[in-house]
Every structure is written in structure tokens, then in C-alpha cells.
Design a protein around this ligand. Structure first.
Ligand code: AMP
Length: 934
């Protein structure tokens, strides 16, 4: 490397480092910076400006001339002087020129290249950068090293100090805010500093202390006139003057005066708190853990405690009664200081409704009903009781077209029992037809089928009770008794389970001994047995759907293990490894993926594992992963599916970051949408739609997979499935499904919106490294993921539509597919990128910003109340309603006089409302004029 001082075309001195040993082979020339102190940065950026000569422009250098160079770094806690060695450096990247110059350019201005590379994570006190030349004709003109930080900022009355960005390109740094002078913390204020140095996702806030008013990120001392701010609060207290204290301390607090903070009446000013938020339940058998977050409005006091109300709802949520005295609350039921509670000793299979209310020292004085957060759950574990029905009887008169079945409930029902009737109709010409029906209660009637009916009955299985089927009998014409079977007692079942576990253990031990070499969870020895024809397990047509996790394999075909040849492990899932292999079919070998259940599984795990195949086997769609069959003989449990060359969508996109056109990405999403439309048309709710659960084949066709969590719904397309336990993928799940566990096709649509975001962000983690709790609260507050870089506006709008708070307002999958089709047909529509709110900085702003842009199906849901809440002026909802302002369109036409005419006398509040109206107007004019929902 030569150090060269030159002048540029304006005769300004420039200092460069140059190297040009293009004639000699095996060049290895290093140029190192001095030691650079890190200065708190965890990730730095190196911007290199350089020129590079085109090898083709130099004769006789072929084979020795290079057009790239390498960038390295070395971390150290101190300046190492000249003692650094090449081997200590870590490579950052090989850098090529976008523009190289030729001999013709010599003497004129050479083409300058600028490249930026991120370096990190850094942890030592400083570092060096180094350039390695391997035979290029290169000049480094400048090197700029910098890091990014988020600037100081006041948001929601909390001051955030400057923050250095995180160590890698997708990490967010959580920063706590400090309440500005004369304000108090309402909900811990925090924000995240993104890798790009932008503040994201403000959560929590501070509010001005009593006697102060919010004005431009500060609280200024403006005494609220009597009967306004103070009066509103005091209005919650019993009317009339209140006396506090005793004897000579006794003070009469006037009802219509605002008490100064020094007055003992000041403590009377606050009101009761609002309801706690983000109540989450997690059911474990017959106990439930409840967790929640403090109320958003603590009522101006800090002495908040919580009370739990437990209600048992044996028949329906509308008919609840107080929980029995046997119910245990840990640590206690009332005056809870912490925001969590364990409730134990509940009845199995019972609906419960829990109300958590927040109270403070003035709650008892308030005439208003207490606000509570509510969660409904169903316990799911049978106690030590027999949940099998006992006797049953069927009735059907000659020539009648209906059949009635009667049975006795188990002696110890242990809560509500749902029964399953399994029947099939024997129709001689067309074979069997059948299906499952589930009913509560002890009797069931249905329209008599055409042929003889073969019914059988059991209590619906639960994790603890499989509910045995009564033996079936053929029912023809007159009433035939179908059995007097009494289910086995609990003790017998326990013994059977213990025996099964022991036998399983022995078999596993034996298998482990036999399998010297493990091939994707099963021995090659199994592959050597005789070839057998593939066949449907039970000859049933896949036209009725079973509840997953139950009877298992009706729509799967058994594959003989010897037909499968396993070649390599390609992934691993929750239940075991996934292998690539070949399935021998007459005349050819198909590439397949084989999912094998990991060793040491329980019978339940095996059942759950195979139930996924049973669900998959019912589908037949180009965008749903195709089941080839299952291997279940002996202790084997494998699911064989078509092989998808590019694996899961999230990993695929991460490894091909930025390499696809928008049209290709939309094509992928169209595939996922079409698969989901098919599932929702069948009444299936996936519940775990995420890019990681979408597979990509060699032609970029995306197929939905992973049906471990999916559930079938009744015929009603709006039906929702309520679950009580299990894990929920928070970042992908709709708020109502997190809060109330109501899963529906509309909650799948929410997840689809997140998949859209993942695809356009090339596999970025939704909500980056925010905690689940923060994701829940920010979504609850109205925050929505911003458009990924370069994301067309129309696609971001579709995402926002999928994330509509009201699930009825979200588009259906059929609409989503139509929208994507329309975008594909009209590529122009994908030209405009979402720049208006690239990173919505605040929930409040996000809502007004995004929803006002509206336009897509169901996007226009912002009400005047929502808007007022979003600017923290919700207290004036009634004022606006009384003034007849029922839509934002009307609000947009308001002026200062109109606002005053509503009785909003505080200057600060008037300004805030008018300012927000102005912002909305500006946003609308910068898009395409007012939207139809206004
Ligand atoms: P899973 O247990 O289904 O989540 O699968 C784990 C991983 O195995 C996935 O993330 C994929 O990388 C890979 N995989 C699963 N199924 C297939 C398939 N049919 N074709 C190719 N790779 C698959």
C-alpha cells in the first residue's frame, strides 16, 4: 500500500492509500487503521469510499488481477501498537466495486464507490479495521467510522435520554423514560431504540400532577377552574361536602372547590382506579394462574390492591354462581398486592369466570360500579372419577325417521361432561357414511339415516380421561339395547397406564439396544422388511372431519417402513427430527420429508403427533402441505409429507435477504392466502400461522404446514374456538385470542397479516426483541408494526386491515386473495411505498395516522371516541357526542370556536384537540383526500 497525497479536480488536497500489484500472483497486502476507542457503541459502521480498476482494462493481468478486497476487524482493550497479526483479525466481508474504472478514465474523474458495512457486536474497549488486498488495483479515498444512537426525546410526558443502538441489526434497546417535572408515572414509560437510531413503540406514560396541565411536552402550573378537572374527579365521590379527620383536625371539604395539594382534602380528590389490564389465564388441570397488569388509571393514588371474584358457570357463561368454599386462592382472594393469583381446587371440566378488580383507598367511597378485567376459562382435567357413561339405550319406532339414544351419566361426573356419539350408517350400495357429533347432557336424537345405524357412545376425552366407547350394536327398526357396559374405574385405569408405561419403557430400551445407528428416529432394519401396497387405513372417504387428537388416523394411509429410504436430517421440530428421504412408489422414488417422533414419547404424545397427520390427510390443496402417509407399525411414529426444497419460509427469506422482487414476495403471500382460504372454507382454524410454519418448494410455491394446533369449527363461518390451555405464539396471535382464547378464521387473518410483515421484512422477527408482555400492551394500545423497508403502501394497508382490533372488521381470506390477485394484475399499484408513517412513533399517532389512511376493506374503524382516547382527551367524549360530532369527518371541519362551544375551556386541551385536527387534515391532504369512512 502506498500513502499518496494528491489534489482533486478543484485542487483540494486528498490523501489516499493505493495498491496495484496486479501482475504478481498471491498478493496479501494489509492496511490497518489506528486503534479506535469504542466509546459505548455496540455496533459500528464503516463507510469506505474507493476506486477500483477494471482488470479487463489492463493487458496481461488475467489470472493475477482481482476486483475485490477484504475488510477485517480486531477488538482489543488497549492499543496494541504494531504488534497485531493478520491471524487475529476477523473477516467482515469481501467488498467488490459497483463501478470500476478503465484506462480511458485515467486522468479524468474516476468512478467512486461507497460501501457501508456493519461491525459488531463489539464488547472490548476499542478495535482496529484492516483492508486486505489480494491483487486489485485499488485506492481507498476515505474511511468513516460511526455508530448510531437515538436522540433525547420527550414522549408522553416522559423524557428519554440519548441511547446507543443495539449490537445487531435487528435488536431493540429498551429505554425507561423519566417523568417530566410536575408529572407522575401512570404506567412505566418506555420506548425502544431501533438499530437505525429511531425510537419505536412508546409504552406507558406520565400524567401532569394535580394543578398542572400538559403543554408541549411539559406540565405547566395552570390551576384548573373549580368544577372542572377537580370537579370531574370529585363527581365520583358521594355528593355533597365530606368531612375528614377528627376533633380539631376535622376539615370540611367543599364539594365544588378544587383542593390545593397542601389541603387535607386533596386526598379526597382522586377516584377509584380503572380495571386492571392484560389479564391472562393459564389453566393447569383444575387450577388456573391469573396474571394482569396494573390499571391504566390508578385514580391518582398509589395504594392499589386487587380483589378476585370467582364465578362458576355450569351451563353457560350467562348463568354463573359464586364459586364453592372449597376453592383455594393463593396467596389470597382479596387485598392482593401483586398482580397475579393462583386459584386451585376447581371442578374439572367446568366453566369459570374470574373478575379481577383494582381498588384503592377511595374505591369504597365511589358510588360507581367497580370496573373489572374478566377472563373466562374451562378447567380441563378430570379428578379421580370415572367419566365414562354407564348404561345406554336407543329407541326408534318402526318406520320412524329418527333415533333416540338415552344413557346414564357417570356416577361422579366431576363437572360438565360432553358426550360423543360416533355412528356410521350402513348403506349397502355406497358403503359406510359416518361422523362424530358432540353433545352435552344425557340424551340425543337425530334424523334417522337411510340404512341401519351403528352407534357407539363415550364421554368426550380429556387429557386425563379418555372416555371409553360403549360397545356399539347394530340398530335397525325397533329399539335395540346397545349395551350395558360400565367403564373401568379410575384405579384400574391407573394400573393400566402404569403397565403401559413400563412396557413402553422396556420396548424403548430394547429398541435403543437394537438401534446402533440412529436414522431419523428409527432403525434402518425396519426398512428391510417386505414391500407392501399403500392403503387407506380404514377405507373411509375423507369427507367428514374429526376433532384432532382423537381417533387419529382415519384420513391417513399407512406406509410400510421398508418403502422409505432416509438420507439426511434436515431440521428439527418440537416433536422430533425432520429428515429428507425417498419414498419408493411403483416405478419411481419420490423425495419426501419424514418427521419422526423423538424417542421416549408417551402414548399421549404419540397420539397428538399422529393427530397432525390425521388433520393434514384431510386436505387436498396446492398450497397446503401434502401428506404422503404415516408409519405407525409397532412403536414407530412417523409422518411422511412431500419434500419442500427450500424449507421453512422465514429461514428461506433470511438467507435470501433482499433478493426477490416485490412481485415474487406477493406471489408467495398469495399462495399462503389461498391455502388459508381453503382451510377457512373447510372451517379449520390453524392457530399457529407464521412464516416458520409455511414451507417453500423449489418453484417458490408456499404451502401451509404444521397443523399441531389447528382445530375444526362448527359450520358457522363466524364460529370461534375457545381453548383453555396450551402455549400461544403471542407475536402472531390476535388480541382477542390472547385475551379470551377465542380462535377463529379472523384470528388466523391477524396472523396472516404478521406473515405478510415477515415476508416483506425478509424474515425479521415481528416486534424485534420486545418482550411478549410489551407486545401485548403495545398492540392493545393501538401500536401496529410499521411498514418494512420498501414495502408497498397497498400491502402495508392490507396488513393493517388484518390487524383491525375488531375481528369482524378484518378481511376474510377470500377477500385477501382477491386483493393480492388484483395487486399482481396491476403492478403499478405496488409502486408506491408506505412512507407516510414508516415508523409510527406513538400508539396515538399510529392510530390516527394509519386508520385515517384507510381505504382497504374494513379499515375505517376510527371513531371520535377512539381519536379522543388516542390524544388522551377521552374525557371529552360526552362533550363531542352532545355537540352532535358523531364522525371524524365532522370533527375535521371544526374550528377553535366550535371546540370552545363544546364547553372545553382549558386552553391546553383546546390547543391539543385543534392541533390533532390539523395533523389529521395534513395527513389526509398528503394522501388522496378524505376517505369514504370519514
Ligand atoms: P416442523 O417440526 O414441522 O416445524 O419442521 C422443522 C423443520 O424441518 C422446518 O422448519 C423445516 O426446515 C423442515 N421441514 C419440515 N417439513 C419439511 C418438508 N416437508 N420439506 C422440507 N423441509 C421440511
Amino acid at each position: 500500500w502506498d500513502s499518496i497525497n494528491e489534489v482533486d479536480e478543484s485542487f483540494r488536497p486528498i490523501h489516499t492509500y493505493q495498491v496495484c500489484n496486479v501482475m504478481s500472483p498471491n498478493q496479501n497486502n494489509w492496511l490497518r487503521t489506528s486503534w479506535v476507542p469504542r466509546d459505548g457503541a455496540r455496533r459500528v459502521y464503516a463507510e469506505i469510499k474507493f476506486t477500483l480498476r477494471d482488470c479487463n482494462s489492463m493487458p496481461g493481468v488475467l489470472g493475477t488481477c482481482k476486483e475485490t478486497f477484504n475488510l477485517y476487524y480486531l477488538e482489543s482493550d488497549r492499543d496494541l501498537g504494531a504488534s497485531t497479526q493478520e491471524s487475529q483479525f476477523l473477516k467482515i466481508d469481501t467488498i467488490a466495486a459497483d463501478e470500476s474504472f478503465t484506462g480511458a478514465d485515467l486522468g479524468v474523474r474516476r468512478k467512486l464507490n461507497t460501501e457501508v458495512r456493519g461491525v459488531g457486536p463489539l464488547s472490548k474497549r476499542g478495535f482496529y479495521l484492516a483492508f486486505q488486498d489480494i491483487g486489485a488495483c485499488l485506492a481507498i479515498l476515505s474511511l468513516r467510522i460511526y455508530y448510531k444512537k437515538c436522540p433525547t426525546m420527550v414522549r408522553n410526558l416522559a423524557a428519554f435520554s440519548e441511547a446507543v443502538t443495539g449490537a445487531d441489526s435487528s435488536s431493540l434497546v429498551e429505554v425507561r423514560g423519566q417523568c417530566v417535572r410536575h408529572s407522575e408515572e401512570r404506567d412505566t414509560p418506555k420506548m425502544y431504540c431501533s438499530a437505525e437510531g429511531e425510537w419505536l413503540v412508546p409504552i406507558g406514560k406520565c400524567v401532569c400532577s394535580a394543578g398542572y396541565e400538559e403543554r408541549q411536552d411539559a406540565c405547566v402550573g395552570e390551576r384548573a377552574p373549580c368544577g372542572l378537572a377537580g370537579g370531574l374527579r370529585r363527581g365520583r365521590l358521594p355528593g355533597g361536602p365530606v368531612r375528614i379527620g377528627t376533633g380539631s383536625d376535622r376539615v370540611r371539604c367543599p364539594y365544588n372547590k378544587y383542593p390545593p395539594p397542601s389541603s387535607p382534602c386533596y386526598s379526597l380528590r382522586p377516584g377509584p382506579p380503572s380495571a386492571p389490564v392484560n389479564l391472562i389465564s393459564s389453566v393447569n388441570g383444575t387450577s388456573v394462574t391469573l396474571e394482569w397488569a396494573p390499571p391504566l388509571d390508578p385514580g391518582g393514588r398509589s395504594d392499589i390492591t386487587y380483589n378476585a371474584v370467582c364465578r362458576r358457570c355450569p351451563w353457560a357463561l350467562g348463568h354463573c354462581e359464586k364459586c364453592g368454599s372449597g376453592t383455594r386462592f393463593v396467596p389470597q382472594q382479596t387485598s392482593l398486592v401483586q398482580a397475579s393469583l393462583l386459584v386451585a381446587n376447581l371442578l374439572a371440566h367446568m366453566n369459570y369466570s374470574f373478575w379481577i378488580e383494582a381498588v384503592n383507598g377511595v374505591s369504597d367511597l365511589s358510588p360507581e360500579p367497580r370496573q373489572a378485567a374478566v377472563v373466562n376459562i374451562t378447567t380441563n382435567q378430570a379428578g379421580p372419577a370415572d367419566a365414562s357413561p354407564t348404561k345406554s339405550q336407543s329407541r326408534s319406532g318402526p318406520g320412524q325417521t329418527s333415533v333416540s339414544l338415552l344413557w346414564q351419566e357417570p356416577e361422579q361426573p366431576n363437572g360438565i361432561i360432553r358426550y360423543e356419539i360416533k355412528y356410521y350408517e350402513e348403506v349397502p350400495a355406497s358403503g359406510r357414511r359416518g361422523g362424530w357429533r358432540t353433545r352435552a347432557g344425557g340424551a340425543l336424537g337425530w334424523t334417522r339415516p337411510r340404512g341401519p345405524l351403528v352407534p357407539s357412545l363415550r364421554a368426550a376425552p380429556s387429557p386425563a380421561s379418555r372416555g371409553l366407547f360403549l360397545p356399539s350394536g347394530s340398530l335397525q327398526g325397533g329399539g335395540a339395547r346397545i349395551g350395558g357396559f360400565k367403564g373401568p374405574r379410575y384405579d384400574t385405569r391407573t394400573i393400566v397406564w402404569i403397565c403401559l408405561t413400563l412396557i413402553t419403557g422396556l420396548v424403548v430400551l430394547l429398541l435403543l439396544l437394537i438401534c446402533k445407528k440412529r436414522h431419523c428416529g428409527y432403525s434402518k432394519a425396519f426398512q428391510d422388511s417386505d414391500e407392501e401396497k399403500m392403503h387407506y387405513q380404514n377405507g373411509q372417504e375423507p369427507h367428514t372431519y374429526e376433532e384432532p387428537g382423537r381417533a387419529g388416523r382415519s384420513f391417513t394411509r399407512e406406509i410400510e417402513a421398508s418403502r422409505i429410504h432416509i438420507e439426511k436430517i434436515i431440521g428439527s421440530g418440537e416433536s422430533g427430527e425432520v429428515c429428507y428421504g425417498r419414498l419408493r412408489v411403483p416405478g419411481q422414488q419420490d423425495a419426501v420429508a419424514i418427521k419422526a417422533l423423538k424417542a421416549g414419547y408417551t402414548e399421549r404424545q404419540r397420539r397428538d403427533f399422529l393427530s397432525e397427520a390425521s388433520i393434514m390427510g384431510q386436505f387436498d390443496h396446492p398450497n397446503i402441505i401434502r401428506l404422503e402417509g404415516v408409519v405407525t407399525r409397532g412403536r414407530l411414529a412417523m409422518i411422511v409429507t412431500e419434500y419442500m426444497e427450500n424449507g421453512s419460509l422465514d429461514a428461506f427469506l433470511r438467507t435470501h435477504d433482499g433478493q426477490f422482487t416485490i412481485m415474487q414476495l406477493v406471489g408467495m403471500l398469495r399462495g399462503v392466502g389461498a391455502g388459508m382460504r381453503y382451510l377457512s372454507d373447510l372451517g379449520y382454524v390453524h392457530r399457529d400461522l407464521a412464516a416458520r410454519n409455511v414451507l417453500v418448494d423449489g418453484n417458490l410455491v408456499c404451502k401451509v404446514s404444521d397443523f399441531g394446533l389447528s382445530r375444526v369449527l362448527e359450520d358457522d363461518p363466524d364460529a370461534a374456538y375457545t381453548t383453555t390451555g396450551g402455549k400461544i405464539p403471542i407475536r402472531w396471535t390476535a388480541p382477542e385470542a390472547i385475551a379470551f382464547r377465542t380462535f377463529s378464521s379472523a384470528s388466523d387473518v391477524w396472523s396472516f397479516g404478521v406473515v405478510m410483515w415477515e415476508v416483506l421484512a425478509y424474515g425479521e422477527r415481528p416486534y424485534w426483541n420486545m418482550t411478549n408482555r410489551d407486545v401485548i400492551s403495545s398492540v392493545e394500545e393501538g401500536y401496529r408494526l410499521p411498514a418494512p423497508m420498501g414495502c408497498p403502501r397497498a400491502l402495508h394497508q392490507l396488513m393493517l386491515d388484518c390487524w383491525h382490533k375488531d375481528r369482524a372488521q378484518r378481511p376474510r381470506f377470500s377477500q385477501i386473495v382477491s386483493i393480492l390477485d388484483a395487486l399482481i394484475r396491476n403492478p403499478e399499484s405496488l409502486r408506491t411505498t408506505a412512507t407516510l408513517c414508516p415508523r409510527c412513533p406513538a400508539p396515538a399517532f399510529a392510530r390516527s395516522c394509519f386508520d385515517l389512511r384507510g381505504g382497504g376493506a374494513g379499515s375505517g374503524g376510527l371513531t371520535v371516541g377512539d381519536w379522543l382516547d388516542s390524544i388522551r382527551m377521552g374525557r371529552y367524549r360526552d362533550h363531542f357526542a352532545a355537540g352532535g360530532y358523531s364522525s371524524l369527518g365532522m370533527v375535521l371541519r371544526m374550528n377553535a370556536q366550535d371546540v370552545r362551544a363544546l364547553g372545553i375551556t382549558l386552553m391546553g386541551h383546546q390547543k391539543k384537540i385543534l392541533g390533532s385536527i390539523q395533523t389529521m387534515r395534513a395527513q389526509l391532504t398528503s394522501t388522496q383526500g378524505p376517505r369514504r369512512h370519514l
